[in-house]
Design a protein around this ligand. Structure first.
Ligand code: AMP
Length: 114
């Protein structure tokens, strides 16, 4: 399942080549083009799911979460910790309507977010 007009689907198909950090049959993880922390990686499902509000497949949810953990390990974030974020729709600040999980690390995070 993909959407021809979706930026992140084009990364899954290879039409656009992101800086890939991790990939398996279910997910792709790549560096954010506008990093908000020393490490800023996006984890996306390979299937097109627009937002978290549209997610109904527990397998996709689990794969994304486990991939975030793997990315953190690969990027050396596990010991000190890191932040994961899913922005959902307009009020959540979502810009790209293909579900993605931000993995942010390499510095201490503040709370609450804006
Ligand atoms: P969100 O605001 O949660 O929808 O996050 C979308 C993220 O995608 C932003 O952090 C952008 O910097 C990032 N982004 C947009 N275009 C690209 C791209 N071509 N490659 C990598 N990251 C991108």
């Amino acid at each position: 399942m993909s959407d021809n007009d979706c930026l992140f689907c084009k990364m899954v198909s290879g039409d656009i080549s992101p800086d890939i950090v991790y990939e398996n049959d279910h997910v792709l993880a790549f560096r954010d083009i506008n990093p908000r922390a020393p490490v800023h990686v996006l984890v996306i499902p390979k299937n097109h799911v627009p937002t978290l509000a549209d997610l109904d497949n527990p397998e996709i949810a689990a794969q994304c979460l486990l991939a975030a953990k793997t990315v953190a390990e690969l990027e050396g974030l596990s010991e000190n910790g890191y932040r994961t974020v899913i922005n959902c729709k307009q009020w959540g600040g979502q810009e790209v309507y293909h579900l993605h999980l931000h993995v942010l690390g390499g510095r201490a995070m503040t709370w609450p977010p804006g």
